[in-house]
Design a protein around this ligand. Structure first.
Ligand SMILES: [Zn+2]
Length: 422
């Protein structure tokens, strides 16, 4: 048996290739741990001009190229080919023909790219790069390409309900804004910044994906004036709900500010931050005892806490806007009369946003799922110890939360005998 011919044809079959492409030689170097597959075209093969599509063009010359392929056993495998160029008789241009196993400009085969994308959904890019012994940059380039390509095919025509929130891109500064489809629970769009213009960028992207700004009927946001202004201008039909989580967070911040002020005259409040931030029913036995001690002292912190807890209770129990409104009005006048300046101010601020707060009781919208997705994105970021650029963070956000349906499938799902040239 002629060893070289049989292994070459075996690889041709295993790679699922069709004429005129075939594996013409196989070289294995155990010391270097690599396997090289020489790919060639049959003599006299003719190609379609990549430039104008004229068929049956003869080969003008060839260019030597190399691609990293899936490992064979434990060895790195490479494809090498003299890729033909055609000089077209119709348009006169000389151009390199496309190869069926890789996209133009990539040094990976399509199967390796599919593997990279699959692995990056489960582990940090740096680890994927180390596993395959390639640079981070090459993995990012591949990932950016496939995420962009998958997003380009997404259909947003049915989107009508949006959750908009921000997450930190880098420690302490630089934010990205994220727009989620609250019905489908998927990230639709992410971009740098958190000013009103991000909503304009979202509206453009929505239309580019078959959606329509006029279709957006509900938006859930925090009370930042820039998001509100952006929504009012660019999503004019949307009813705004202020996210309950952010409302409570705002009041919690004030409770903590009151505590920090009061610590100066009452050292018993030191290191009790979490007591006042949690709900009573979440307290441990020890916290309950601490609370009993503190509540007898007629503390401002305690009064502020009760005002916060009551607001929380209204959110928890009022079934609709109609029943919530009188409860919130009563809460507001109580908070205004509390003789605690920061509490009065936050109550006034909520009153200024009354309509969006009341809408929550009917729309039932929260950004809970958006927060959960932000958590996943931040966890991915932490594992990778931060990303060099915001662009990378956005790519990962789409990968983690975008529910993209057009990403390449894992190469291990593809049957060896697949007829199509992947
Ligand atoms: Zn041509």
């Amino acid at each position: 048996m002629h060893r070289s011919v049989s292994s070459s044809s075996l690889f041709s079959v295993a790679l699922g290739w069709q004429a005129p492409w075939e594996v013409i030689d196989v070289a294995f170097d155990p010391a270097a741990g690599r396997l090289d597959l020489q790919v060639g075209v049959s003599r006299g093969a003719r190609f379609t001009c990549p430039h104008c599509g004229a068929e049956e063009q003869g080969v003008h010359d060839t260019l030597k190229r190399e691609w990293r392929h899936l490992n064979c056993f434990q060895y790195q495998a490479y494809l090498q080919a003299k890729v033909p160029r055609v000089r077209c008789s119709a348009c006169g241009k000389t151009s390199q023909v496309a190869v069926p196993w890789a996209r133009a400009g990539s040094g990976f085969t399509l199967l390796v790219e599919a593997l990279l994308v699959t692995l990056c959904q489960a582990m940090p890019v740096r680890q994927v790069a180390q596993l395959l012994a390639v640079s981070d940059m090459r993995v990012w380039r591949t990932l950016d390409h496939y995420v962009d390509q998958a997003r380009a095919q997404e259909d947003f025509s049915g989107v009508s309900c949006i959750g908009l929130d921000e997450t930190a891109a880098r420690r302490g500064h630089d934010y990205i804004s994220l727009f989620h489809d609250l019905d489908a629970g998927r990230l639709l769009f992410a971009c740098e910044g958190r000013k009103a213009e991000v909503v304009a960028a979202f509206a453009d992207d929505l239309e580019a994906h078959g959606g329509c700004a006029e279709n957006i009927q509900a938006v859930c946001i925090d009370m930042s004036s820039s998001y509100r202004a952006g929504v009012d201008t660019h999503l004019p039909w949307a009813e705004v709900t202020f996210d309950e989580f952010h409302v409570i967070q705002l009041v919690n911040k004030v409770v903590d500010a009151v505590r920090r002020q009061e610590v100066k005259t009452n050292p018993g409040l030191k290191r009790r931050r979490y007591l006042w931030l949690q709900d009573k029913h979440a307290w441990t036995a020890r916290q309950l005892i601490q609370f009993d001690d503190l509540k007898r002292q007629n503390l401002k912190t305690h009064r502020a806490f009760r005002i916060k807890a009551t607001l929380r209770e209204i959110f928890r129990t009022a079934p609709d806007r109609h029943s919530a409104e009188p409860l919130l009005e009563r809460w507001y006048s109580w908070a205004r009369r509390a003789r605690i300046e920061p509490i009065k101010q936050v109550a006034q601020s909520l009153k200024n946003h009354w309509d969006g707060i009341l809408n929550a009781f009917d729309s039932k919208l929260t950004n809970g799922r958006v927060e959960a997705a932000n958590g996943q994105i931040q966890a991915a970021k932490a594992k990778a110890r931060g990303y060099g650029t915001t662009r990378h963070l956005i790519t990962i956000a789409y990968l983690v939360a975008g529910k993209l349906t057009h990403l390449p499938a894992s190469p291990f799902k593809i049957p060896v005998a697949a007829k199509t040239l992947l």
